[in-house]
Design a protein around this ligand. Structure first.
Ligand code: SIN
Ligand code: FE
Length: 305
C-alpha cells in the first residue's frame, strides 16, 4: 500500500524520502542505511508507507477519544519510569492500552536499531504517546497549535542541542490519512528567522527558571533561540500561508520518522496515531554538522551551549 501523496509549493526539492520497509526489524543494506541516515540527519522525513502497526480486533475499541483524561492531550508512557499517564478509565482497558503502547515502544526501538544502528547506544529518555483525538478537534492557543508549521522545542525541557527523534504510525483503521505540511530545510529556515529573534539571552534568568522549577535544566542560548524560533514561526501568518512547504498524507497503516527539532512540520488532519520520541546526543550523528545547534552556531558565529 503506497498511498502517500505529496504536493509542492515553490520549486524547492521534496523533504520526504520514501522507503520500502515492511517490518519493524527489517535491516536495509549498508548503502540504503547510509542514505537514510544522511536524509534524516539533513532534516528530511523518512516515510515508510508500508510499515504498519498490527493491532488485534480486541484492541480496536481502544481507539476512542473518551479514553483520554480530559486534562491531557494524549495518553503517554514514560519509558524511563515505565508509567503510563492520561488514561481516563480504571477498568481492564487501562492495562490493554498500556500493553499496546509498550508494544509500539518496543517495535519503534527495533526499527531504529535496524535502520540507524549508530544511534543504538546513545538514544535516551524515551516517551511514547497514543493520540486518540482528531487533530482538528484540539483547539489550543496559537503557541500550542501544531497545525501551524513549527520546529519542536520544549519550554520546560531544555536539551542543549540534543536531537529530538520521532517515529510516528497512523493507526486509523479506515485508512484515513494523517495530513501534514512539511517545510523547508533547516539552514534556509534559520537564515529566514534568526534575524527576527531579538530577545537577548540572559543566563541569570535561565538559572532562576531552573531554580524555580519552571525548567528541568538551565536553558542554554541554543534553547532560548529554538523556543523563539518555534514561536516566531507559529505567529507569522504570512510564513504559514506562503512559506516553502509541501503537503503530505500519511495513510492509515503507514509510519514515518523525523528529527522534529529540525524539519518544520504541521498536523492538518487525521485521527489515531502512535508516536515514539527519544533524545539523541549530537555526537551519535553520522553528520553532526547538520544538527540545528551547529547550523545556528555557524550563523551566530559563537558557541550556543
Ligand atoms: C506535532 O508533532 O507537531 C504534531 C504531529 C501530529 O499530531 O501529527
Ligand atoms: Fe511538533
Amino acid at each position: 500500500m503506497s498511498s502517500q501523496t505529496s504536493s509542492h509549493n515553490g520549486s524547492a526539492p521534496s523533504q520526504i524520502l520514501s522507503t520500502s520497509l515492511r517490518h519493524w526489524d527489517d535491516i536495509p543494506s549498508a548503502d540504503l542505511r547510509r542514505g537514510y541516515a544522511l536524509a534524516l540527519e539533513s532534516g528530511k522525513v523518512l516515510s515508510m508507507p508500508d510499515l504498519a502497526f498490527a493491532m488485534g480486533s480486541a484492541e480496536l475499541p481502544l481507539l476512542d477519544p473518551a479514553l483520554v483524561d480530559p486534562k491531557r492531550k494524549n495518553i503517554s508512557l514514560n519509558g524511563t519510569t515505565g508509567r503510563v499517564v492520561g488514561v481516563a478509565v480504571e477498568d481492564a482497558r487501562r492495562d490493554a492500552i498500556a500493553d499496546l503502547i509498550r508494544r509500539y515502544a518496543s517495535q519503534a526501538r527495533s526499527l531504529v536499531n535496524a535502520v540507524l544502528p549508530h544511534y543504538k547506544e546513545h538514544l535516551h529518555s524515551p516517551t511514547t504517546s497514543l493520540r486518540l483525538h482528531r487533530v482538528t478537534d484540539w483547539k489550543p492557543s496559537w503557541r500550542k497549535d501544531d497545525s501551524r508549521l513549527h520546529v519542536d522545542a520544549f519550554p520546560s525541557r531544555p536539551n542543549h542541542g540534543e536531537r529530538i527523534l520521532r517515529v510516528f504510525t497512523n493507526i486509523n483503521p479506515t485508512g484515513e490519512p494523517r495530513k501534514w505540511r512539511v517545510g523547508e530545510a533547516f539552514p534556509s529556515l534559520a537564515e529566514r528567522f534568526l534575524p527576527q529573534l531579538k530577545a537577548p539571552y540572559r543566563p541569570g534568568v535561565a538559572s532562576l527558571m531552573k531554580k524555580l522549577g519552571v525548567t528541568k535544566q538551565v536553558r542554554s542560548e541554543y534553547d532560548h533561540l529554538m523556543l523563539q524560533m518555534h514561536d516566531r514561526m507559529k505567529a507569522d501568518l504570512e510564513y504559514q500561508r506562503n512559506g516553502i512547504q509541501e503537503s503530505v498524507d500519511f495513510a492509515g497503516g503507514s509510519s514515518w520518522m523525523v528529527f522534529s527539532d529540525q524539519a518544520p512540520h504541521a498536523a492538518m488532519g487525521g485521527q489515531f496515531m502512535l508516536e515514539q520520541t527519544w533524545f539523541l546526543p549530537i555526537k551519535a550523528m553520522a553528520h553532526p554538522e547538520h544538527a540545528p545547534l551547529r547550523v545556528l552556531e555557524r550563523l551566530k558565529g559563537h558557541a550556543l551551549v
